[in-house]
Write a protein of this length. Structure first.
Ligand code: ADP
Ligand code: MG
Length: 684
């Protein structure tokens, strides 16, 4: 619908200034406006009478004024106090520093009054009420008003005006992509009705109907979009069939320095089945930090090479690429397998050479960062793509990588613990395997929450651990000192510790602004055990695997999301020694204390994630956007689980409607819009 793309600046009353302010809220077009939903509603309840008012509650009344107002002047205040009444009693209306009020109201005129009721000194008062002439049409029905998130310079009235204008423009003509049969079955409101009533609900019922419909629509849209991606890959006949030689693979597994856990074996079998099914594998491996995903990636890549294909391992950071490179190098030491690392920091000459070899098929396994996605990286015969730490790569990146081969198999590994309900959304296009077991002998990490005041004791503990031959991480959230945010700066903390509390220890620094070579050197020294304490920003968050490190100290822990804290904590507890995680956090608020308690009480990523979700709803850490999916504008995954389930059911139903004209229309719409939305996200 063309009008949806029209600019809001053509709405009456919107000048360039207001337009710029609306832009700040992300509102440019009519469509943006319609999908800018109220954050809350103010409900003007039924009209009450004075005798039945309750202290402390917002109430609405119809009153008249009598006599003259009392005006009281103190040094600072001008108080106007005017007695109003209805047939049941008297109400004192009080205004501070609004002297004009004393002439504003007339006798024998009914007024609508609304405000918080205050019962004191034997009087019933309302302070600074909202007041306007009584208009039966307007005031006799309870009213609901939208309350929008604002920006400075805009008022609720302004935004309401925009919404009215936008709704007028669409004039109930928006295309409803949900088939009528689905709407009927799930008792969903029609789209135009829903948009109208989410902004200007007639009453609570229409508001609920509108909200329910829009939440369903959001879930349905994402789910169907992902389903389409999945169907597209499944429909392709001729997924690569790997020629797996059981003996070779068993031998390889038998020679590993450890025995695979049952969970690892189970997941591995699922992978083997996929690889021989004739369909393209699209599988997510979810496993908590430290559950041993890397080795599965290695075995899968080995299978690809055994079958004569090339494999690629896509990782989010340069440090991780290097680490995987080294461990693969050791793993395939006695094999004739060429492994190459491709990252942004390679010199042009090295990169060119690697590119050529990749294209010629001389390289078997390539491990790289986003640099691998570049258009000029080509393969001879790419058979398997593994992405590690999937939460850094979205739907789009996967598709980009995939287009470098002919339907290569895809394995996606994620440690970001995600409640199951949510993973159904984020990974609707993937089959899911879960490693629900840690390698044996791991001792649960002991987690403590301490106030900043006893930081000195924490450093003593660092010394003690180092004294026993172990290593420690100290993580701080920011690189540079900022006045506004009182985070401890890594550089400064490092200097302080080096010359103070941790003087004499081998202490080093790692942060995002260092160049890749510096980073690599620092990581190498830490991995080799030479560095005893590593002060770092969150660059170590994902993947790093140094099993002698047993202590993780996190400064300003309250600034991190729980999933992130769990990831960081997962850097320790990787070996046979008892590990510790110390969260230094100022417990200013109850919320902080609760969040820290969740960390202290649970070592399990899924539990942490569920609790986090309950506590604050899906926040940034589970940011749908990070996964390359559109953000939810109205749905709340924690609260709207029931609607989510219905929407998923609805999606399955529609998928089975193939052949029906409604089917084609939904598919066409979702295919187009979903692609548009995900590519917009990929671009910024
Ligand atoms: P993550 O799942 O967090 O990526 P890693 O793959 O880095 O975990 O594995 C964590 C550590 O556990 C590594 O040092 C790895 O060598 C080791 N490991 C993996 N599988 C096993 C196993 N079955 N038994 C013992 N150690 C294992
Ligand atoms: Mg890993």
């Amino acid at each position: 619908m063309e009008v949806l793309k029209e600019s809001v600046q053509y709405i009456k009353g919107i000048g360039p200034k207001k337009y710029a302010l609306l832009n700040k809220l992300g509102i440019y077009t009519i469509e943006d406006a319609l999908y800018y939903f109220p954050r809350d509603y103010e409900i003007w309840g039924d009209i009450e009478n004075v005798a039945s008012l309750t202290h402390g509650l917002e109430s609405s009344l119809i009153v008249e004024f009598k006599g003259r107002p009392e005006v009281i002047r103190t040094r600072r205040l001008n108080i106007v106090k005017w007695t109003a009444f209805d047939e049941t009693g008297e109400l004192k209306c009080i205004w501070y520093n609004q002297p004009y009020r004393k002439n504003l109201y007339r006798w024998n005129q009914k007024y609508f009054v609304r405000g918080k009721i205050d019962k004191r000194y034997g009087e019933t008062q309302v302070i600074m009420p909202f007041i306007e002439e009584y208009n039966p049409q307007k005031h006799d029905n309870p009213k609901i008003f939208p309350v929008y998130p604002l920006t400075k310079g805009l008022t609720q009235k302004d935004i309401q005006n925009v919404m009215r204008g936008a709704l007028q423009k669409i004039n109930n003509q928006i295309y409803d992509f949900l088939p009528a049969s689905i709407r009927k079955e799930y008792r969903l409101a029609e789209k135009n009705f829903a948009l109208y009533n989410i902004h200007f609900p007639k009453n609570k019922t229409t508001l609920n109907e509108a909200r329910r419909r829009l939440v369903f629509e959001e879930f349905f849209f994402i789910n169907m979009g992902l389903k389409l991606v999945k169907m597209k890959t499944q429909d392709q006949v001729g997924g690569i069939i790997f020629d797996l030689d059981e003996e070779t693979i068993s031998n390889f597994i038998a020679k590993l320095p450890f025995k695979l856990t049952d969970a690892q074996m189970r997941v591995l079998n699922e992978i083997f089945i996929d690889m021989q099914s004739g369909k393209t594998m699209n599988r997510l491996i979810q496993g908590d930090v430290g559950s041993g995903k890397t080795i599965l990636a290695a075995i899968a890549l080995y299978c690809a090479i055994q079958s004569g294909y090339q494999g690629a391992l896509l990782v989010p950071t340069e440090i991780l690429a290097k680490q995987h490179f080294q461990s693969f190098d050791r793993l395939f030491l006695d094999k004739d397998i060429k492994i190459q690392c491709i990252t942004g920091s390679l010199t042009q000459t090295v990169k060119d050479k690697a590119r050529q070899e990749l294209k010629d098929g001389k390289i078997d396994i390539v491990i790289g960062t986003h640099a691998l996605l570049e258009e000029n990286i080509e393969f001879k015969n790419l058979g398997l793509i593994v992405t590690d730490e999937q939460h850094r790569f979205g739907v789009r990146q996967r598709a980009m990588m995939s287009s470098k081969g002919e339907n290569p198999h895809m394995l996606v590994m994620s440690a970001t613990p995600i409640p199951r309900t949510l993973s159904l959304i984020l990974y609707g296009d993937l089959d899911i395997s879960i490693i629900d077991e840690l390698p044996p002998g791991r001792k649960p990490i002991k987690t403590y929450h301490v106030p900043p005041s006893i930081r000195g004791r924490v450093y003593k503990f660092v010394r003690k651990q180092v004294g026993e031959g172990r290593q420690a991480y100290i993580v701080c959230p920011l690189i540079e000192e900022s006045d506004k945010i009182e985070s401890v700066a890594a550089v400064e903390l490092f200097e302080n510790l080096k010359n103070g509390s941790l003087k004499g220890l081998n202490i080093d620094l790692l942060h995002g602004k260092m160049n890749p070579y510096e980073k690599e050197a620092v990581m190498e020294k830490f991995a080799s055990g030479e560095t005893q304490v590593l002060v770092s920003t969150t660059v170590i968050e994902v993947g790093i695997d140094v099993s002698n490190a047993t202590l993780m100290v996190i400064e300003n822990a309250e600034r991190f999301g729980l999933a992130q804290l769990h990831q960081l904590r997962g850097r320790v507890g990787r070996g046979k020694h008892q590990s510790y995680c110390i969260l230094i956090a100022n417990a200013r608020t109850r919320e902080i204390r609760e969040r820290m308690k969740i960390m202290v009480d649970s070592n399990d990523g899924f539990t942490v994630a569920e609790k986090d979700l309950e506590l604050r709803g899906p926040g940034d850490i589970f940011g749908v956007r990070q996964h390359g999916l559109p953000e939810f504008k109205i749905a709340n995954i924690a609260r709207d689980i029931d609607i989510l389930k219905l929407a998923q059911q609805g999606v399955d139903q529609v998928v089975n409607m193939r052949g029906n004209p409604e089917y084609d229309m939904v598919m066409e719409y979702i295919y187009r819009e979903f692609n548009k939305k995900t590519s917009e996200i990929a671009m910024n």
